[in-house]
Design a protein around this ligand. Structure first.
Ligand code: SAM
Ligand code: SF4
Length: 330
């Protein structure tokens, strides 16, 4: 079958699946502080619906999945879904992005279910700062979750830290040492306009170049790895003594849209061809209406064909999507 190629020649093999929009913390760059309106549970795709969709995508070239949310570990029996997806012929790997709060309890069963790629989001190595960002307690649980994941066999565990001016600077050196001491790759993600409060401004982004400069000056020079995955959003660096990996996801200062291979399924079954899409394709209605496979495939092809050249964050034309990050699936 013809692969999922858009009008700019980009092939889409990487599907991110959100399993819930709910979360047990409230990061300010993703969710409102209060009165979050969550999707009714009946709107969430069932594991069987997700599995059917993935099975349809495999012949179109999809071989990489990542489960996300909201917080995926609040979805009951998540390892059951991991097992279903990891055992599909043609799926090369299944990853998961989590805030780590419930990870200590679930790391082993997730690994046992076939999960191998794990990213834990942690923006600060200080409990007070963690509370300021997430509006909840839980720093110790995340650290315990990271250790439990390493003990369960995840290697490497990657850490995602959102890079926000005025907040992240004081964390950089600590994270540099954390990467060197734990073997976790720490990836800094430039803060993007996907917050629920629409308070993002370009001046609030801590740029990748500044992070590299600070870590290089304060710890040791960072050098780019000789081999990079050309389709991965992160550029990977290593300290010059070979100890400690750092990734930089420069979504704002160095957009990587032209090598994008991703598309997303929201927890309520809407297909998004870009994080910043303003349009969605309703897959849930097709799944629930028992549409033939061909109709679902056609709908996906239509969504991919309509993908725009890139996000327009750095232009006056940029319009922030109505869905905040927790409801898209980061
Ligand atoms: N709850 C899980 C977690 O936090 O890892 C998974 C969902 S979260 C939306 C996925 C990733 O998106 C996290 O690493 C989070 O830090 C990141 N993220 C959320 N809002 C963001 C924003 N406005 N800019 C950049 N990254 C963001
Ligand atoms: Fe929850 Fe993840 Fe959003 Fe933080 S970034 S509020 S942990 S969904």
């Amino acid at each position: 079958m013809q692969p999922l190629i858009d009008s700019f020649g980009r092939t889409h093999n990487n599907l991110r699946i959100s399993v819930t929009d709910r979360c047990n913390i409230r990061c300010f760059y993703c969710m409102p502080a209060e009165n979050v309106e969550f999707m009714p549970r009946a709107d969430l795709l069932s594991f069987e619906e997700i599995e059917r969709f993935v099975r349809l995508m495999v012949p179109l070239g999809v071989d990489k999945l990542r489960l996300t949310g909201g917080e995926p570990l609040v979805r009951r029996d998540l390892p059951v879904l991991v097992e279903k997806l990891a055992s599909i012929d043609g799926i090369r790997d299944v990853g998961l992005t989590t805030n780590g709060i419930l990870l200590a309890e679930q790391a082993e069963s997730l690994y046992g279910a076939g999960l191998r790629r794990l990213n834990v989001s942690l923006d600060a190595l200080d409990a007070d700062k963690f509370r300021e960002i997430t509006r909840r307690d839980g720093y110790e649980k995340v650290i315990a979750g990271i250790h439990a994941a390493q003990d369960a066999g995840f290697d490497p565990v990657k850490i995602n830290a959102v890079a926000i001016r005025g907040i992240t600077e004081s964390e950089l050196v600590g994270f540099g040492h954390f990467a060197r001491e734990t073997g976790c790759e720490v990836r800094f993600i430039e803060y993007m306009p996907l917050d629920a409060d629409a308070a993002w401004e370009r001046d609030k982004v801590l740029f990748a170049e500044e992070i590299i400069d600070t870590l290089s000056q304060e710890i040791r020079p960072l050098v780019p790895l000789a081999t990079q995955d050309s389709r991965a959003p992160a550029t990977a660096y290593e300290f010059d003594d070979g100890i400690g990996r750092i990734g930089l996801i420069a979504s704002v200062s160095r957009p990587f849209c032209m090598s994008c291979n991703r598309f997303r399924l929201t927890a309520d079954g809407k297909l998004r061809n870009c994080l910043f899409s303003l349009e969605e394709t309703d897959i849930k209605s097709l799944l629930r209406g028992h549409a033939p496979d061909g109709d679902i495939i056609q709908a996906v092809r239509g969504s991919i064909a309509a993908k725009k050249e890139g996000h327009e964050i750095n232009t006056a034309r940029f319009i922030q999507p109505a869905r905040p990050m927790h409801s898209i699936g980061g």
